[in-house]
Design a protein around this ligand. Structure first.
Ligand SMILES: *[C@@H]1O[C@H](CO)[C@@H](O)[C@H](O)[C@H]1NC(C)=O
Ligand SMILES: *[C@@H]1O[C@H](CO)[C@@H](O)[C@H](O)[C@H]1NC(C)=O
Length: 337
């Protein structure tokens, strides 16, 4: 074990936890072949059912885990999930829209771990233009509150790598998210209907947006991110339905984009019946290296040309670019307010 990992474990134990549940004690096998889904769920049930702060431990792997829903509400609000090894998804694909999900949980900290979804066969299906399912999001935080993901690695998702939906107070720090630049829809972190979301010190290489902020996102802070390859950091797309949609109070600061399609982007559909707004957004201190469109605001977003409404949009934008540094291709500065 890394000394840091042991230290974290000890700290967690000495301060709060009385019980630790190791997935191996529930039958999980670190051989990468034995289906350990039930063992993981059984360990979770114990940690979640504890009336005192509890710890779930995943030692060095690899562990093969299928679709798994780690569900609350739990009887305590301080669960530590310490993952040393790799969690492997099953090869092939199903119609499930999520692989690993934490739902209805309040007070969870996940330290470490590699989640390798092995999305290659689904990407191949999509690339061949066959009739394929959308694919699963690798790691979903849903209807949760006060969740920390610390130094988590997510790889090769079938669809979004991490999704934060209908949740509050979620912090992602030191994440490493990787998928090939040509893998379809593998957004690094997608956020939807959530507030008080912090993402810091993370590296993302994906086939789609590094971070995408969808409908109903407010009070988000994104800082110190390395993005590329990928499509950049995007708000939207918004307004493709008739719903009222908004994004507000978002700061994106100190992002280095390398070889991305876009840098900072806002995309909205020009649907006349759609009511909503994007406001209080600050994009600042961006560094662009070999970026297609460093800044893009598209109020007539249309992924399939000819197939979209093109009325004037009702969206009001208050987007501020503060001290933006654009370094592509040489030293080229744009300062926009
Ligand atoms: C697949 O994604 C499309 C586009 O987002 C969506 O309209 C459709 O309902 C999804 N299908 C399934 C089975 O989830
Ligand atoms: C804006 O979001 C930040 C978190 O990113 C939060 O600290 C701040 O209180 C929010 N401001 C308002 C007015 O809600």
């Amino acid at each position: 074990m890394e000394p840091k990992f042991i230290l974290l474990l000890l700290l967690h134990f000495s301060t709060v936890a009385k019980s630790a549940y190791n997935v191996v004690d529930f039958g999980a096998k670190p051989d990468g072949r034995t289906d350990s889904t039930k063992a993981f769920l059984a360990a979770w049930a114990e940690a979640c059912g504890d009336k005192i702060p509890a710890t779930m431990v995943v030692p060095s792997g690899p562990f093969l885990v299928g679709r798994a829903l780690f569900q609350g509400p739990c009887k305590n609000d301080k669960i530590g999930l310490f993952i040393k090894g790799t969690i492997l998804g099953k090869t092939g694909y199903s119609t499930a829209s999520e692989w690993i999900t934490f739902k209805y949980v309040k007070g969870l900290s996940i330290y470490g771990g590699t989640f390798n979804a092995r999305g290659q066969s689904l990407w191949a299906c999509k690339a061949a233009g066959r009739n394929c399912p959308n694919g699963s999001t690798a790691l979903t935080i849903s209807q949760a509150k006060n969740v920390l993901l610390s130094k988590v690695k997510v790889q090769n998702s079938q669809n979004f790598q991490i999704a934060i939906i209908f949740s509050q107070e979620i912090k992602v720090e030191g994440a490493t998210i990787t998928a090939p630049g040509n893998s379809p829809n593998t957004d690094g972190i997608h956020i939807h209907m959530s507030s008080f979301i912090t993402i810091t010190g993370s590296t993302m290489a994906t086939g789609d947006d590094c971070v995408s902020l969808g409908e109903g996102v407010s009070n988000a802070w994104i800082e110190n991110i390395k993005c590329g390859p990928g499509h950049g950091i995007s708000i939207g797309s918004l307004g493709d339905g008739t719903e009222t949609t908004m994004v507000q109070n978002v700061t994106v600061s100190s992002v280095v984009f390398t070889g991305t399609q876009n840098g900072f982007r806002v995309k909205t559909w020009a649907t006349p019946s759609s009511k909503g707004f994007v406001r209080g957004v600050t994009f600042e201190h961006g560094t662009m290296k070999n970026v297609g469109n460093p800044i893009m605001i598209d109020q007539n977003y249309c992924p399939v040309p000819g197939n979209c409404p093109n009325e004037v949009s009702f969206f009001l934008f208050l987007v501020c670019f503060a001290s933006m540094i654009v370094g592509a291709p040489d030293h080229y500065f744009v300062v926009a307010y």
